[in-house]
Design a protein. Structure first.
Length: 594
């Protein structure tokens, strides 16, 4: 911790003078207090009586506040810039008043809300040139981890990304240095970023109103948190999701007075008159949508009152809505299915079990499979098989291959969505979808032009897909929204967002839950592939390694991830989801139902 020049620890707290005498006195006082407490407790502990149940609700943790130092009068230009950077984090819970004290009147228009740059390491501040006639320039370089835009949308950046800093300074009439030229936005160190910002999940319904689709955002942990979250819901989904989901708030619907007060656990959301044009169904869904956000994501500290419900009002008058539960998020239903010994098998923990009535794979050369339905439970299910590299067929009830749904060179592994459309395409061609009846849907996606298609997997909600491509710049893992017509037929893909940008070789991908994608690949500096969990709208973390892994699949959550090595050994996660445990051998392929 950097100590301040005014006898503080750099965060505004006085430095402790821990002399030996003070320590001994403090320890002595603690011993006396502990012995006294124990004596009192022992005298009152009952030794007989009935057993009774007790319940304890753990208290919410105290909020962590940063208390920055104001600018010292005799600070050098480098110290002024360093203090300005330190004060920015504390401003997320206030009005950046201390940070602004480092600025001159020339920089009074500095806007911290434009963007947030999350960085790590020492910026290495130094004076670019010797100060001349009361002016100076301080420069530095930071290693960037990610950025957040003015809508709270987080974008992870590739390892090794840096940003150059430059601050112009001038001396005032009293000779004090102040910043006269500072770029808009905040610079926050990665170590304190989770303390200052709250990951918040917004939800938007699918066009058929069947599921909620998550949209991850990041907002300051300030008393205005619920205001940020509700305003973001009203503004609509992230750009890449806009045409794949529905915003039930009518255009022009905004928060009045830009506040969401909470009293006795009820958050009052006072909206502009535009909300009155929404249908009764949409008003109810909007309330459920807002409630899912503010109840499910609110920062749990003593700074915030718990929110149990939401009351919608319009210009101060309560809106009469039918209370409805938030829509569910889509999940995978069924156990994993493996191909072993030329047969379809159910993965039951560490056991492979034959599936009664499963289609036969005879006459095919299965190199990838997709399952539509809970095959392992004996229910109605269709199995789509990539036969060799150039055909994808649907297996009929008797196991005999039906006509090929796809015929092309080096087809990517098939993925089937909840509407029954099967997705694939040739590596050097275009992505398309085919219905179970053989109807083909062309998918408009200009961003897929002139790239090699490596993988595609549609999310269980049918509104999103993860697509892996290769181009001269290297492989890219991107998540896109799926635009459909009223019948559910896919028509186009939205402009995507990139995830896991530091993965340089990608072998496989799979959705692990409604906000994460498991990416099997190699990062820069690594010599083999590992499973990386990429949050869509968040950060990527690597799991432990399984040597020579070639494929993966996932159901609902990290504990359901399965990986396959090049010797046919199938691994799953331990009960604690911390290590990999061998589960079966002689496995050729594995997948969860879609």
């Amino acid at each position: 911790m950097t100590c301040g020049t005014d006898g503080t620890d750099g965060l505004g707290a006085p430095m402790a003078r821990t002399t030996a005498t003070a320590v001994r006195r403090a320890l002595g006082l603690v011993v006396v207090l502990v012995l006294t407490a124990l004596s009192a407790a022992c005298a009152s502990i009952p030794t007989s009586g009935p057993v009774v149940e007790g319940a304890a609700e753990p208290a919410a943790p105290l909020p962590i506040f940063l208390s920055p130092n104001p600018p010292p009068d005799d600070a050098s230009p480098e110290q002024i810039v360093s203090g300005f950077l330190s004060a920015q984090g504390a401003g997320t819970t206030s009005d950046y008043d201390v940070a602004r004290a480092y600025l001159s009147s020339a920089a009074s228009e500095w806007d911290p809300s434009v963007t947030v740059t999350v960085y790590e390491g020492d910026p290495g501040l130094e004076i670019a040139e010797e100060p001349v006639e009361g002016s100076a320039t301080v420069t530095g370089t930071v290693s960037v981890v990610g950025t957040i835009d003015d809508r709270g949308i987080y974008s992870e950046v590739r390892d090794g990304t840096t940003a150059d800093l430059s601050f112009g300074l001038e001396q005032d009439d009293e000779g004090r240095w102040r910043i006269s030229d500072a770029e808009d936005g905040l610079l926050i160190q990665s170590g304190i970023f989770p303390i200052l910002y709250q990951q918040t999940t917004l939800y938007f319904p699918t066009p058929d109103r069947r599921y909620f689709v998550p949209d991850e955002r990041w907002f300051p942990k300030s008393p205005k948190w619920q205001t940020f979250a509700v305003s973001a819901v009203l503004a609509g989904p992230a750009p890449w999701l806009q045409d794949a989901v529905v915003n039930v708030a009518p255009p022009g619907t905004t928060l009045l007075l830009q506040t969401v007060p909470v009293s006795d656990g009820v958050a009052t959301v006072n909206l502009s008159a535009a909300v009155q044009s929404a249908s009764a169904e949409d008003r109810s869904l909007l309330q459920a949508q807002i409630q899912a956000v503010v109840v499910g994501s609110y920062p749990r500290t003593q700074l915030f009152e718990s929110i149990r419900s939401v009351q919608l009002t319009s210009e101060g008058t309560a809106i009469d809505v039918d209370t409805v539960d938030p829509l569910p998020t889509a999940t995978v239903v069924g156990d994993a299915v493996a191909v072993s010994g030329g047969e379809l098998m159910s993965v039951d923990g560490s056991t492979l079990r034959a599936v009664d009535g499963a289609p036969s794979l005879a006459g095919t050369d299965p190199t990838a499979i997709a399952v539509d339905g809970d095959l392992a439970a004996g229910g109605s299910a269709t199995v789509y098989v990539r036969d060799g590299d150039d055909f994808i067929v649907a297996l009929g009830p008797d196991g005999a291959p039906e006509s090929a749904l796809f015929d092309g060179r080096d087809l990517v592994a098939p993925s089937v969505d909840r509407f029954g459309w099967v997705w694939s395409g040739p590596a050097e061609g275009t992505l398309s979808a085919v219905s179970g009846e053989g109807e083909r849907a062309g998918i408009a996606a200009p961003w897929l032009d002139d790239v090699t298609l490596l993988a595609v997997e549609v999310a269980p909600d049918g509104a999103r897909a993860v697509v892996v491509t290769s181009a001269p710049g290297g492989p890219q893992v991107r998540v896109t929204g799926i635009v459909r017509d009223e019948s559910g037929r896919p028509t186009s893909l939205t402009t995507p967002v990139r995830i896991a940008p530091s993965v340089v070789d990608v072998l496989d991908v799979s959705w692990t839950d409604d906000t994460k994608v498991a990416v099997l690949g190699r990062s820069g500096g690594e010599d083999s592939a590992v499973v990386q969990l990429a949050v869509v709208g968040g950060q990527t973390t690597a799991l432990s390694r399984v040597p020579e892994t070639v494929a993966l699949t996932a159901g609902n959550g990290e504990r359901t991830i399965l990986v396959l090595d090049d010797k046919g050994v199938l691994y799953g996660r331990s009960e604690s989801a911390t290590i990999w445990v061998p589960q079966a051998s002689d496995v050729d392929l594995v997948t969860y139902p879609e």
